[in-house]
Design a protein around this ligand. Structure first.
Ligand code: ATP
Ligand code: MG
Length: 394
């Protein structure tokens, strides 16, 4: 009995002209993610199929649960497309399950098959009823739902379903640059952007000695969790200390955070150009803190014309936390290391900053050359989803 993992594409199927591009990208990502397993992968416009070894399934499943673009997947029995083989294998599959009511759903995409799906269902249902005692058909709430897909040459029978992580395959959009702090929100923002197909690199602003290397390692750990959903991520570390110190020495305290974030955006724009990123992505959430009121966002955003995507802008903190737990970053994010945003926090940060005041304040020091210096001196850390390669970097 040949078993395969059968992948359903979900939202990808709404694509028309460029559907092949989406499927090819998913195929590439699946192949890459499963390269260390003994698998054979093939695809058509409706499904992807993976022949696999039973002993490796739990590890394969773990990998599959980190591939965007998979709607659901199923372990299916693959049989030759003829009614006798389909009958025999449907019975074998049902005999392994415990149930008293069942339903069979048949989908026939091979129109040359001589029986319609409406004709196949009762043939299979009758065969089960004759061969397994004490069972009956329940088309509304069956305990066991068996699906049969009749395709050219091979057909597939399955009674299980695993939820994939949905979205579009990473690589179906171009690159975005994520502002990754050690907090809860920004890794979730990166996850959601990747879920729409964005290729991600990350930028971390650090302020050593005010922030520690532990804080940097935490961001590396978070990047690694994000890299689990893709191939690899470059983490660019910006030395933000001189700019931050200059802000706190020269500017009105209630405007320090506003100006600090304007500096970050300016640096992000330059780095985006250098690394070919088309958008900036961050974990800002409307109203969460003083710098994330709509008034603050407007004054901060004004320093760049680049699109800034804020995937968690409209989520509640609890919704963000749920996602952080799902993607397994929460426990790392709550480790208590100071970030450059949490040091020197003014007592009363402005919540309705005025553009003219922000411009006035930041002109009190030579930020242009400091920004160029910060951009020129970044450290880039390649983060791979391969545990071994990652360990070697530490
Ligand atoms: P998070 O929002 O990730 O939980 P946070 O709450 O400490 O962290 P905020 O002060 O809310 O961060 O900042 C809003 C967003 O700005 C972050 O989500 C992140 O995208 C970006 N950001 C803040 N600090 C940094 C930093 N040190 N390096 C990179 N990006 C940062
Ligand atoms: Mg936040």
């Amino acid at each position: 009995m040949d078993k395969v993992i059968l992948i359903k594409y979900g939202e990808l199927t709404t694509k028309k002209g460029n559907r092949n591009f989406f499927i090819d990208t998913l195929y590439h990502n699946v192949k890459n993610k499963l390269k260390k397993f003994h698998v054979k992968i093939y695809k058509d416009r409706a499904r992807m199929y993976i022949e696999f070894c039973d002993e490796e399934f739990s590890l394969i499943k773990e990998a599959m649960d980190h591939i965007f673009g998979i709607h659901t997947y199923h372990i299916a029995v693959m049989v030759d497309t003829n009614i006798e083989d389909i009958k025999k294998n449907t019975l074998q599959l049902a005999q392994k399950e415990e149930f008293s009511t069942f339903k069979i759903e048949v989908k026939r995409s091979d129109k040359s098959f001589p029986l319609s799906s409406l004709e196949v269902s009762p043939i299979l249902g009758g065969y089960l009823l004759r061969n397994i005692p004490h069972i009956s058909v329940d088309v509304h709430h069956p305990e066991l739902l068996i699906k049969v897909e009749i395709r050219e040459k091979k057909s597939f029978i399955y009674a299980n379903s695993y939820q994939g992580c949905g979205g579009y395959p990473v690589g179906t959009q171009t690159r975005g640059l994520l502002m990754l702090s050690g907090g809860i929100d920004s890794p979730v923002a990166g996850y959601l952007a990747m879920k729409r197909g964005v290729v991600l690199d990350a930028v971390y602003f650090e302020a050593i000695p005010h922030t520690s290397l532990d804080a940097r390692n935490k961001v590396i750990e978070l990047s690694k969790k994000l890299a689990n959903y893709t191939d690899s991520i470059s983490l660019h570390v910006v030395n933000f200390t001189p700019i931050q110190e200059a802000i706190y020495q020269n500017c009105r305290s209630e405007y320090c955070i506003t100006i600090m974030r304007r500096m970050m955006y300016r640096i992000m724009e330059k780095l985006s150009k250098n690394f070919g990123a088309k958008v900036i992505i961050n974990g800002e959430s409307i109203g969460q803190v003083a710098s994330q009121t709509l008034d603050s966002m407007a004054v901060i955003n004004a320093v760049t014309n680049m699109p800034v995507i804020r995937p968690v802008a409209c989520l509640d903190k609890l919704e963000i936390i749920d996602l952080a737990k799902k993607m397994d970053t929460y426990e790392t994010s709550i480790l208590p290391y100071e970030d450059c945003c949490t040091i020197f926090v003014p007592k009363h940060p402005v919540i309705r900053p005025k553009m003219e005041v922000a411009i006035n304040e930041e002109e009190k020091f030579d930020y242009i050359s400091m920004i160029d210096e910060a951009v020129a001196s970044i450290i880039t850390i390649p983060i791979s989803n391969e545990e071994k390669e990652f360990q070697e970097l530490l």
